[in-house]
Design a binder for this molecule. Structure first.
Ligand SMILES: Cc1cc2nc3c(=O)[nH]c(=O)nc-3n(C[C@H](O)[C@H](O)[C@H](O)COP(=O)(O)OP(=O)(O)OC[C@H]3O[C@@H](n4cnc5c(N)ncnc54)[C@H](O)[C@@H]3O)c2cc1C
Ligand code: SF4
Length: 344
């Protein structure tokens, strides 16, 4: 590993000023992704700012719902009684991620910021626009390995089927966002509270992560020096009927091929309200708004679920090895809805 400076901070203000002062500085939370990337020299920081002593690990009721601190551990959030009672979708999604040991270290903020698991991104000898962007240079970080996209025309079994086109109508990156937790948070209409050199702001969760477009190196809309402080969840009526379905190569310790977060509010057999999001399909957590609109006010039947899934798949595109997702994704949407509505 390359040498780097290490600073431990105890206040958000000190953390923000530490990253603002120097480029090449990263916040260190649980370290389960960042240290991995440093060992492989995909990220070569000049300085780490350890934020583990920041008072940001609380989970508390608010007037409108629940606030979860950015430093709350994934395992703590998953097992919290308020989360289990009111947001079981979040609890299920967290427990579907990684392993018990990793969940004990991983934090909410770190989970949101984790990088893609595309194998070309992790290999400095292979072409990757995310790791070595075309626009790299003195102000944007030196290229780290060849540019291009190894996955397009290469090994792309895990890769995206939605939202891959750049403004020049080519594809620059087809990587998927890897988090399970974030699929539940986008379905539950969460808001991210951040603090930075220019002050505090709120980001709707759906706008936190971004599509690759012409800047695949940028995973999210956080500005330089901004620190994730907490995530707010509005109270909802989905607790009774929710389900997180994760399809993966083995039962534990594997990222999703496809995942679906479904929350449904029912009156008898009629769907009053519904939230749907999918993972393993795009550069960001993928909300299925067309399917949600279709299902509202309709009976919870397999035929309606299939129609909703067909709407959700509009615009999907496979890249060869991941073509199976074009079938697996709609089937997973139907299965998640059947389980959530207890009509399976
Ligand atoms: C073997 C393995 C299997 C895994 N399987 C899964 C899985 O199935 N599902 C899943 O969802 N995840 C999985 N993960 C990923 C794991 O969940 C993430 O590594 C973890 O959530 C990252 O959190 P952390 O606190 O360790 O972040 P760190 O590694 O400390 O940081 C990650 C990034 O977030 C930034 N950061 C951290 N906190 C903040 C903050 N408050 N504000 C701004 N930036 C911040 C850091 O600077 C860094 O860039 C797996 C990981 C491993 C190693
Ligand atoms: S899909 Fe994205 S992360 Fe993977 S090689 Fe292509 S540019 Fe890199």
């Amino acid at each position: 590993m390359n040498p780097f400076q290490f600073t431990r901070v105890t206040t958000p203000k000190a953390a923000i000023s530490a990253v603002t002062k120097e480029s090449g500085t990263y916040f260190l939370a649980g370290g389960t992704n960042l240290i991995d990337l440093m060992k492989r020299e995909v990220i070569v920081p000049e300085r780490l700012v350890d934020i583990n002593k920041l008072p940001l690990a609380t989970i508390e009721k608010t007037a409108t719902g629940l606030r979860i601190g950015a430093m709350a551990k994934n395992s703590t959030v998953a097992e919290n009684e308020l989360v289990k009672k009111n947001f079981p979708l979040l609890s299920q999604a967290l427990n579907a991620g990684a392993s018990a040991q990793l969940r004990n270290m991983a934090t909410v903020g770190g989970n949101m910021m984790q990088r893609t698991r595309c194998s070309y991104f992790y290999d400095n000898t292979m072409p990757c626009n995310k790791r070595s962007p075309v626009q790299a240079g003195p102000d944007k970080g030196e290229p780290n390995g060849p540019t291009g996209c190894g996955a397009i025309g290469g090994y792309n079994r895990m890769h995206a089927i939605f939202g891959t086109e750049a403004s020049d109508r080519s594809e620059k990156c087809i990587a998927v966002h890897p988090s399970d937790m974030c699929i539940a948070l986008v379905a539950l209409d969460a808001t991210v509270n951040v603090s930075g050199p220019k002050g505090d702001r709120k980001i709707p969760f759906i706008d936190f992560h971004r599509l690759p477009g012409d800047m695949p190196q940028k995973d999210n809309t956080l500005q330089p020096g901004e620190l994730i402080m907490s995530v707010d969840l509005p109270m909802n009526s989905f607790a009774e009927n929710s389900h997180y379905l994760k399809v993966r190569d083995r039962a534990s310790y594997a990222f999703a091929l496809i995942s679906v977060g479904a929350g449904v509010s029912m009156k008898g057999n009629t769907i009053q309200d519904v939230r749907l999001a999918m993972g393993g399909v795009a550069h960001k957590p993928w909300r299925l708004t067309a399917a949600e609109q279709f299902l509202k006010g309709k009976p919870a039947t397999e035929a309606n679920f299939k129609q909703a899934a067909a709407l959700a798949m509009k615009g999907a595109k496979g890249y060869g090895e991941n073509d199976f997702k074009l079938t697996m994704a709609p089937n997973s949407i139907v299965e998640a809805l059947k389980t959530a509505t207890k009509t399976a």
